[in-house]
Design a protein around this ligand. Structure first.
Ligand SMILES: [Zn+2]
Length: 307
């Protein structure tokens, strides 16, 4: 396993040559970043800036695959006891996502879950007749998912995935709450496109909380405590926070057609606090009525374009 990690680290180093602070991991622009911030997040106090091309807030500094794997091991989704508990908690969200995948005509197809953790959506998808496989950065998660009988691989990048290829493509790729950890999102989207069959489906459960960071910054001078709390909750332990419209543009530029993007179905559980459910309901209404994105998460469905 150590060899695998070392191999993975080497490949990551090769495939992500952009290590400077002004490379935006969300859109891939190398334009001058605007503003320097220190945000307190699930990773402690870290330096952040904002991309002048796509308005994404992102953590600056180098991406180290080994450190990222260690970090993930300490998160709830990085260990078996908490990871399997999260699976149960998120069950309704998985079912809603799979229901939408089926309604788009991809039922009982081959699905690859990126950042599969301890197998949440794979377990639900198998019950509905999908042929499932998963990738994760944490070796223990991959071992667990493999023990359940799924094809799984320890990967830090879709570029390293050997479970599928252009000659042996997959029908659906799901990326649930994982895109915000990618050191180079455009490269990962292009790699996803290569692994998908013609007209294959990409599903991203996107975290779209950058407006909360902006709000947190704006209230900083009057209420530092609230500011810190808002920003910390918006970032959690993510590496970037991207506005929805910028994400959709980036997905399109990677060779996909957006089929839908909606907060509907992106909620994990029906037992969320009333305030969270109200935020989702309001977010859904604003997005569908005015194209305004304030929902904390959004389900994006995109189809691979030919060519
Ligand atoms: Zn950007």
């Amino acid at each position: 396993m150590q060899d695998q990690i070392a191999k993975c680290a080497d490949l990551t180093h090769e495939s992500t040559p952009h290590q400077s602070g002004d490379f935006c991991p969300a859109c891939g622009a190398t334009t001058t970043a605007s503003g320097q911030y220190t945000f307190d997040s699930g990773r402690g106090e870290t330096p952040w800036t904002r991309c002048s091309s796509c308005a994404t807030y992102f953590m600056t500094g180098e991406y180290d695959h080994v450190a990222e794997t260690d970090h993930t091991r300490h998160m709830a989704w990085g260990n078996e006891a908490e990871g399997t508990r999260l699976n149960r908690l998120k069950q309704n969200g998985f079912k809603a996502t799979l229901g939408q995948i089926e309604s788009l005509g991809y039922g009982c197809s081959k699905i690859l879950d990126v950042g599969c953790s301890f197998g949440g959506i794979l377990v639900e998808a198998e019950k509905r007749g999908f042929e499932c496989a998963g990738l994760d950065i944490v070796p223990e998660a991959v071992a667990y998912v493999s023990s359940l009988g799924f094809r799984a691989e320890q990967c830090c990048s879709l570029n390293d995935c050997t479970l599928f290829s252009e000659q042996n493509p997959v029908d659906v790729i799901s990326v649930l709450d994982a895109h915000i950890y990618w050191p180079d999102q455009p490269a990962e989207l292009r790699a996803a496109r290569q692994l998908l069959r013609d007209d294959g489906l990409l599903v991203i459960r996107a975290v779209t909380k950058s407006a909360f960071i902006t709000t947190g910054r704006l209230v900083g001078s009057v209420s530092p405590g609230m500011s810190k709390k808002l920003i910390r909750r918006a970032i959690a332990d993510h590496r970037f926070s991207m506005p929805l419209k910028s994400l959709l543009k980036t997905v399109e530029e990677a060779g996909f057609e957006i089929l839908s993007a909606s907060p509907r179905g992106a909620q994990h559980t029906d037992s969320a606090p009333l305030s969270a459910r109200a935020a989702f309901a309001m977010g859904t209404l604003l997005w569908h009525s005015f194209g305004l994105s304030i929902a904390p998460t959004t389900l994006v469905f995109a189809r691979k374009k030919a060519g």
